[in-house]
Write a protein that binds this ligand. Structure first.
Ligand SMILES: CC(=O)N[C@H]1[C@@H](OP(=O)(O)OP(=O)(O)OC[C@H]2O[C@@H](n3ccc(=O)[nH]c3=O)[C@H](O)[C@@H]2O)O[C@H](CO)[C@@H](O)[C@@H]1O
Ligand SMILES: C=C(OP(=O)(O)O)C(=O)O
Length: 437
């Protein structure tokens, strides 16, 4: 278990450039399986989950070449289907969430897609029904081995387009079904589709490979199946969750930070949600400039009632930033209700913040009220274990603002989604040391 030691209470200053988006990269990497031609992907983040998925592609027989930092070439012209039935795949496939998205492309191109129950954050129930109901609608046969927790879909005669209304706007579920439908016979209509920038990027990439997808950016996708797809070059967007994390970091440490090249137009409600907490953000070209602020005051609603920050499917506020919003509110002026609607175990990390002196009432597994200190009382350093990726970064932000030296264990959770985080934070003045496991 890796550990960070953090000396808190120092202001930071400078520029930070977001990495490529983790959750987009996981989709895009799976899409390389849809063609035998070369696909070049730029701005791939060097993080644990992405590297694990690249490892799975390699074991599937994909020829992978690193062309430069973050840029890779993939050629999937000799796929080894026997890997899907190997013990190695059972271990590797279950070690991250993103692996689930190899099922759609494999089913579409080779008529079979298998996957062990995927990993990812333990943040509540994370079902896969939406994915498999979609494949079944496209004509696949489904089986599930309960003992081995192994899912399989087969369509030896190919898939056929149809209409489907998803039971929920699942992000990876939509990506998976889209990747299956692009090579199906006829037209597939997906209503209640997720439409995060990750998915918009996936659809744009697939269209540049020859797919025919309409409605990109909406919750109604129409996909006219094509016989085959060709190669392309695709660039991954900056990671909006990292961008939100750096906004929170700047506010909590009262630092002046510029976040470079954020692709502002793809950030949706993120900038305004932080502004509602009283944090000043300035758009400078495609950068976000955050000035030093001695305090920030949470804005109530027009009628004077208390602000709620809640997650919702895109274009609502992403659940992946709620833990960061919560930690930022512990030093705001005023109160807020944080409502995590999607996941039932993502707020339990507040116990650690309470230990550090934060004023938080966990109302139930989904809701927490935060009463900010307005920097009149500093958080106190402590020792903690990172339970999931976003709680981990939130605890790291809390530690950087706290008085004294904190220790965070299980930082593999943070490394899952944040590239070289200690070095990048040291470059803007953070006192953070990685202790070897
Ligand atoms: C690898 C990846 O891309 N992971 C992201 C992806 O996970 P993932 O694709 O696994 O998450 P889903 O979108 O399937 O669903 C997440 C959770 O939200 C619930 N749900 C979802 C949609 C909805 O309309 N109503 C609803 O309640 C689901 O029941 C589930 O518990 O999307 C999540 C939701 O944005 C993010 O937290 C994850 O970071
Ligand atoms: C929950 C997340 O990731 P995953 O779905 O990979 O567990 C996340 O990125 O916040």
């Amino acid at each position: 278990m890796g550990t960070f030691q953090i000396e808190g209470g120092h202001r930071l200053q400078g520029e930070i450039r977001p990495q490529g988006a983790k959750n987009e990269a996981l989709q895009i990497l799976c899409a390389v399986l849809l063609t035998s031609e070369e696909v070049i992907i730029e701005n791939i983040p060097d993080i644990r989950d992405v590297n694990k998925l690249i490892g799975i592609l390699k074991n599937l027989g994909v020829k992978i070449k690193k062309l430069s930092k973050g840029t890779y070439s993939f050629i999937s012209n000799e796929i080894d289907l026997s890997y899907l039935e190997s013990q190695l795949f059972k271990e590797e496939g279950s070690s991250l969430r993103g692996s689930i998205m190899i099922v759609g492309p494999m089913l579409a191109r080779f008529g079979k897609g298998y996957i062990p129950r995927p990993g990812g954050d333990k943040i509540g129930r994370r079902r896969l029904d939406t994915h498999f109901e979609g494949f079944i609608k496209l004509g696949a046969d489904f089986r599930y081995n309960k003992e081995e927790r192994f899912y399989g879909v087969d369509a030896p005669n190919g898939l056929t387009g149809t209409y489907m209304l998803l039971d929920q706007a699942s992000v990876t579920g939509t990506a998976n079904i889209v990747m299956a439908a692009v090579l199906a016979k006829g037209t597939t209509t997906i209503y209640n589709a997720a439409c995060e920038p990750y998915l918009q990027q996936l659809c744009k990439m697939l269209n540049s490979m020859g797919a025919k997808i309409k409605g990109v950016g909406s919750n109604l996708l129409e996909i006219e199946g094509v016989e085959k797809l060709g190669g392309c070059t695709h660039r991954v967007l900056p990671d909006m969750i990292e961008i939100g994390s750096w906004i929170g970091l700047a506010a909590m440490t009262r630092s002046e930070i510029t976040i470079k090249d954020v692709s502002w137009d793809d950030l949706g409600l993120i900038p305004n949600t932080f502004r509602k907490l009283g944090i000043e953000l300035e758009r400078r070209g495609d950068d976000i400039y955050i000035p030093t602020q001695e305090s920030y005051e949470i804005q109530g609603y027009i009628d004077g009632s208390t602000l709620t920050v809640a997650d919702a499917p895109w274009p609502g506020f992403t659940p992946d930033l709620l833990s960061i919003v919560l930690v930022v509110c512990t030093q705001a002026k005023g109160s807020v209700l944080i409502h995590q609607k999607m996941f039932e175990s993502r707020l339990f990390f507040v116990d650690k913040l309470i230990d550090m002196g934060a004023r938080i009432i966990l109302c139930d597994p989904h809701r927490a009220t935060v009463i900010g200190h307005n920097f009149e009382s500093q958080l106190k350093a402590t020792t903690m274990v990172s339970p999931d990726i976003r709680a981990g970064i939130s605890l790291l932000i809390a530690a950087l603002s706290a008085k004294g030296t904190s220790v965070i264990h299980n930082i593999e959770q943070i490394d899952r989604g944040y590239e070289n985080i200690d070095e990048r934070l040291r470059a803007i003045g953070a006192k953070i040391t990685r202790l070897e496991a």
